[in-house]
Every structure is written in C-alpha cells, then in structure tokens.
Design a protein. Structure first.
Length: 465
C-alpha cells in the first residue's frame, strides 16, 4: 500500500513538473506559431488536469480573478442558445472565450509552482530571437525576396501583435535594468537597458512606416502609460512631474525648430476637418454607431454569440461585412449585452488589482492587463489568438505566484489539496510524531526539502518559503 502511494506520488510530481515545463514552451512558442502553441496547450491541459485537485480549482473560483473569466466564458456558451444564426456561427462566436477557462487553472498551478520566472524568461528569450530576425529583415536588400518578410521587420504575425510583444519585453527589461543599476550591477543593468531600447526602437520603426492614425496611436499610448507608471513606481511621483515638464519642453522645441513636425500636424488637422472619421477609420465610423443601435435593442443579454456578422448584414444590406465591430466592449455588448460588458471590465479590474505590488511579477502582469485594456478600445484583443493567449498566460502565471506571495506563503494544514510536496511532508511528520512523541498532538516543526521547495510544517500550518 505504501509502495503504491509512493508510486502515485511520483507520477503526480512528474506530471506537475512537466506541466510547468510545457507552459514554458507555450510562452516560447506564442510569438511564433499558432499550431505549435495549440499543441502545447493541449499537452498542458492533460498534465494539469492530472495534478490539479477539485479543492485547488474551487479555491480559485472563490476569488474574483478566477471566477469572473469563467463566468464570462459560461455566459458566452449560454448565449449560443438565443443567437438567431446557424450553429456554426454560434460556436465560432463563442470560440474566442474558451481560453478564459484556463485562467483559474493557471492560477491554481502557479500558486504552488516556483517556475513562473522561467515562463517569463522563456518568453523574453523567444521575443529576443524574433527581434534579431526583425532587424535582419529590415536591413536585407530588396532583391532578396526569399529571405525578406512579408512586411519588413515583421517575420511572423502582424505589426500590432509584434509591437505589443516588444513593448511588453522592453518594459520588463527596463524594470530589471533599474533594479540591477540600483544594486550596482552596472554591466548587467546597462546591457538590459540597451536591449530594451532595441525593442522600443523596433516598435518605433514599425510605427513610423504606418500612415494611418490608429496604426501608431494605440502602441504609442501604451508606451506612454507604461513609462509614467514605471517612473512613478521606481522613482516617485515627483519624477513623473519632472518628466512631464521635460516632455512639454521637448515637444515645444520640436514644434518651433522642426518644420516637418508642423507640416505633419497641419496635414492631420486638415484631414480631420475634412473627414472626422479619419481618426478612427471609415469602418469604425460606420459600424460603431450601428453597434450602439444593436446594443440598445437587446441591452441586457445581447443577441447571442456569433451574431455580429448577420446583424451587420441586416443593418447595412451588404453581403460582405466584418464579424467584429473593431472594439472589444462593443463586440461583447452586441453578443452578451451589458452583463457581458460588466463582467469584462470587472475581470480586468480584478486582474489589475492582483498586481498591486512592486515586484517583477506584479509589473509583468500589470503590463499585460494595461495593454489588453487600452488596445481593446480599437480592436478585440481578448478574443484573438496571440493577444488573447498572452493575456491568459501571464495573468494566470504571474497572478498565481503573486497570490501566494501576498498570502505570505501560509496555507491551512492539513491542507485539503493533495499536492505532492504537502503529501510527502504530512507523511514524514506523521512518522516523526510516532517515533518521537508517541503520536501526541504537540506542536511539531520540521524542515524538509522536496523537489527544491523548502517547507516549514507543523500540526496546524505549512509555510512555503
């Protein structure tokens, strides 16, 4: 019996560590390949469901950060029952919400795992390789059409997705570089600072090639918001005021000394005067008012998942219409009503509140939430693949680790979740009590190393240090 339990314990420990390594692979594959990412996610689900217990999952569902994504996904599935379209369109409309079910699983997994930093490192290394290929494709001559990317500087995916990935990496590296410089590790600090500038310069180059307002404005707004947050968090509120003053002075100097800046501003102003829809684009100017009209018709529960294209076709009388109004809130408002919109913004708020601390994990999670919330004003990132899974991955991984840090690492003991380290600790404590105290319920303290995790355990409490 003991041998069987030890064998099962070994299998669960192996599955748990394998699930962590697969998630590291997901983070590395996400900037590159959709197919490979899907395959790794399926493998992760197999290993995770073999180790996560019901009590683990229930504990995450009792928090807003874990329950709101599940509620939003369940509402999307239920809305297929009242959508007035075919079942293929209904299931296709709900397809973008299924990934939200992975958030509580990731929260539960990384509440007890210590590999969240490796997930972040895997993503950074993968994006760094992508950065090298991006600069190579930019510098290649035009006659090398075989080696050049479809869009110069964008080897895979699209300009917006790559820009958001590089912005995330740049500000994570800036955070680490500041910490290194504070600790007098000047070599590492300046090296990471230079790498962060390379990421931002690539983003700047890609945005400089875009002529449309909404092609460069969302990434620019995200960079400005993250920059001021980073300065406020690492330096202080006075530094934010100084940066604002310096920024105003620099902008005034550029305006007075650069005729090109004045000419560009004048051209944009003239285009806006002639056509106000220039700021948001013709399609958004057309479909946003239609979306508001559709929301007013079914304000509470919406028209059901997958109904956007059919509703747009009825309203405009055109056969070819988009399946999305190019705005996340409007998209959910049409399909899931104001209840869906409330769940969406409550989910973002709850996830943002997880990352209130000052550690690297808090900062990385906050970047993802801010990027998704700001970018949702012009597109629907959450229901897309690359941006949606980036949000799910880092909110779940970083959120699970920060939840454990926020609770001080203290868990009730005996803990209901039969995780392998706690099972082994409980067994060792039980044998130790019988050998030294005859089974008496005295307070017992013991240190043991299991899988690289140090556990301080007694009769009532377990602390993960």
């Amino acid at each position: 019996m003991v041998a069987t339990n030890d064998k099962l314990l070994g299998i669960r420990t192996w599955c748990s560590s394998t699930a962590d390594r697969v998630i590291i692979g997901v983070a590395a594959a996400l900037p590159w390949s959709t197919s490979l990412t899907i395959l790794l996610i399926i493998l992760w689900l197999v290993f995770t469901l073999a180790t996560i217990t019901v009590s683990d999952f229930r504990r995450e569902l009792l928090t807003l950060a874990g329950s709101l994504p599940v509620a939003l996904a369940c509402l999307a599935v239920l809305s297929t029952s009242w959508a007035d379209v075919g079942w293929s369109e209904r299931l296709g409309g709900a397809d973008g919400f299924y990934k939200l079910l992975a958030i509580p699983l990731l929260l539960a997994q990384f509440r007890r795992s210590q590999r969240s930093h490796r997930v972040l490192i895997g993503y950074l290394v993968s994006c760094t390789v992508l950065l090298v290929l991006s600069w190579i494709s930019i510098s290649l001559p035009p006659n090398l059409t075989v080696l050049r990317a479809r869009i110069p500087g964008v080897p895979v995916r699209d300009v917006l997705t790559q820009s958001l990935e590089f912005i995330f990496c740049a500000f994570v590296l800036l955070f680490i570089a500041i910490e290194f410089l504070r600790n007098a590790r000047l070599g590492e600090g300046f090296a990471l600072f230079a790498l962060a500038l390379l990421f931002l310069s690539d983003v700047l180059y890609l945005q400089s090639t875009q002529t449309w307002f909404l092609s460069w404005f969302p990434p620019t707004l995200i960079v400005l918001v993250l920059f001021f947050l980073l300065v406020h968090q690492r330096v202080g509120i006075k530094a934010v005021g100084c940066v604002l003053v310096v920024g105003v002075i620099v902008c005034a100097g550029l305006w007075n000394l650069s005729p090109d800046v004045q000419r560009a501003a004048r051209i944009v102003w003239e285009k806006v005067e002639n056509d106000p829809a220039y700021l948001v684009g013709a399609e958004r100017a057309k479909y946003w008012p239609i979306s508001l009209t559709l929301i007013r018709k079914e304000p509470l529960l919406g028209h059901g998942a997958g109904s956007v294209r059919d509703l747009f076709a009825r309203q405009t009388g055109q056969p070819y219409v988009p399946s999305d109004p190019f705005q996340q809130t409007l998209s959910l408002g049409i399909q899931l009503g104001l209840i869906g919109v409330a769940l969406l913004w409550a989910m973002w708020l709850s996830h943002g509140l997880i990352f209130r601390g000052a550690s690297l994990l808090h900062w990385a999670g906050l970047i993802v939430v801010i990027e998704c919330a700001i970018n949702s004003l012009w597109v629907s990132p959450l229901t897309g693949f690359a941006q949606g899974w980036t949000y799910v991955l880092f909110v779940g991984v970083m959120g699970g680790m920060t939840n454990r840090e926020r609770s001080g690492g203290w868990l009730e003991f005996p803990y209901k979740s039969e995780s392998p380290p706690l099972l082994a600790t409980r067994r060792k404590l039980r044998h130790w009590k019988r050998a030294h105290h005859g089974g008496k319920p005295e307070r017992i303290r013991a240190f043991c190393w299991i899988g690289g995790v140090k556990l301080l355990a007694d009769r009532r409490l377990v602390r993960i240090e």
